[in-house]
Design a protein around this ligand. Structure first.
Ligand SMILES: NC(=O)C1=CN([C@@H]2O[C@H](COP(=O)(O)OP(=O)(O)OC[C@H]3O[C@@H](n4cnc5c(N)ncnc54)[C@H](OP(=O)(O)O)[C@@H]3O)[C@@H](O)[C@H]2O)C=CC1
Ligand SMILES: Nc1nc(=O)c2c([nH]1)NC[C@@H]1CN(c3ccc(C(=O)N[C@@H](CCC(=O)O)C(=O)O)cc3)C=[N+]21
Length: 300
């Protein structure tokens, strides 16, 4: 069966155009969205992501500020920085880039971000909304991955889906989003006894592990939709570097019904979802403060 490639750049461009219009409306109403990114230490996948956030925020006309802290920063210093952003009315969105060094508590940092400014939906209170089937704003990569599956036109109700990887930010939220849409979901991880037995049953296979070449053609059901979330920088024999996913693209593309490329698949849609979330967050704040104080006035 010949595969169809799911082009994330096309999906992202459409999403970003819509977001740009909403930014203009917000600005006209006196609310200019501003997104602040917090990174701790040097992580190459984070640097790549933040670069693309900056570029896309520019395209959507969302203000963007990047804060980079050294890897040995203390929890209290980061908490103080987050509290400052919570209190700053110009900041409408905060994203904490993952991972953070082991000496820091990611959950405490995430919980410090005000839920109205939590543009990834990763505050413990926000992520709980997914369990209640409130799906408007959720973790960007998970939302992007499910959006790409929807592009295939496959009905999600009753679909056999396998998710490989169960991290807080990707695998688990994907499983909850899919359950909310009625899919039958199996979640695999490093303790799963025979990954191929599960993956071969899937009509849709999501892979978010961080291991290049983990999924090969024998592990995929012919005609399945394969959503490759992995972002791995590999060094080729000539010492040049390349970004690849977790799926062995060349072999799997021959039997899959649909497949997302890396780069050009989930990544661009993730960035576009973040911009959309930034607008949803600013809109929620506008509504909240207007319900208390009335509409914003020009020049204030
Ligand atoms: N495209 C995008 O927008 C994004 C891409 N990524 C990429 O996705 C990948 C995963 O990211 P993230 O979820 O943050 O990573 P984590 O390292 O937090 O999680 C990896 C997951 O894979 C599981 N795992 C490890 N080895 C195996 C194995 N052999 N078989 C099955 N499962 C295994 C782990 O299970 P256990 O916990 O049990 O060990 C864990 O649940 C990375 O390549 C990352 O760069 C991440 C975020 C966004
Ligand atoms: N709190 C948090 N949320 C995240 O969602 C998160 C994170 N931390 N930490 C880092 C990972 C990684 N990640 C990427 C998202 C998009 C691209 C991306 O835009 N990729 C493009 C460009 C690749 C290229 O230019 O080579 C593509 O795949 O086509 C990459 C990586 C989000 N992550």
């Amino acid at each position: 069966m010949s595969h169809a490639e799911l082009d994330g750049r096309v999906v992202a461009a459409a999403m970003l155009a819509e977001t740009r219009k909403q930014v203009a409306d917000l600005k006209a109403g006196g609310w200019a969205p501003k997104l602040c990114s917090i990174s701790v230490g040097d992580v190459s996948a984070v640097q790549l992501y933040v670069r693309n956030q900056k570029r896309n925020a520019g395209k959507a006309e969302i203000q963007f500020e990047e804060l980079l802290f050294p890897a040995d920063i203390h929890q209290e210093q980061l908490l103080a920085a987050i509290h400052g952003m919570n209190a700053d009315p110009r900041v409408t969105g905060i994203i904490l880039q993952r991972p953070v060094p082991n000496h820091l508590s990611i959950k405490q940092l995430q919980a410090a971000i005000h839920p109205l400014k939590d543009v990834e939906g990763m505050h413990p209170a926000s992520i709980g909304n997914i369990v209640y089937n409130e799906l408007e704003l959720g973790p960007c990569t998970a939302m992007a991955s499910v959006e790409l599956l929807k592009q295939t036109g496959l009905g999600l109700a009753g679909l056999e889906v396998v998710v490989v990887g169960h991290s807080e930010i990707v695998g688990k939220p994907i499983a909850f989003l899919l359950m909310a849409e009625g899919a039958t979901v199996t979640v695999c991880h490093h303790m799963t006894r025979n990954l191929a037995v599960h993956s071969r049953r899937a009509d849709a296979l999501f892979v978010a592990v961080g291991k290049p070449g983990l999924i090969t053609a024998e592990m995929v059901k012919p005609g399945a939709a394969v959503i490759d979330i992995g972002i791995n920088q590999v060094t080729l024999p000539d010492n040049s570097t390349r970004v690849v996913g977790d799926v062995d693209f060349d072999s799997v593309a021959k039997i899959a019904g649909w497949i997302t490329p890396v780069p050009g698949g989930v990544g661009p849609v993730t960035v576009a979802v973040l911009m959309r979330n930034a607008v949803i967050g600013a809109t929620r704040q506008k509504r909240h403060y207007e319900s208390l104080f009335g509409p914003a006035q020009a020049g204030i």
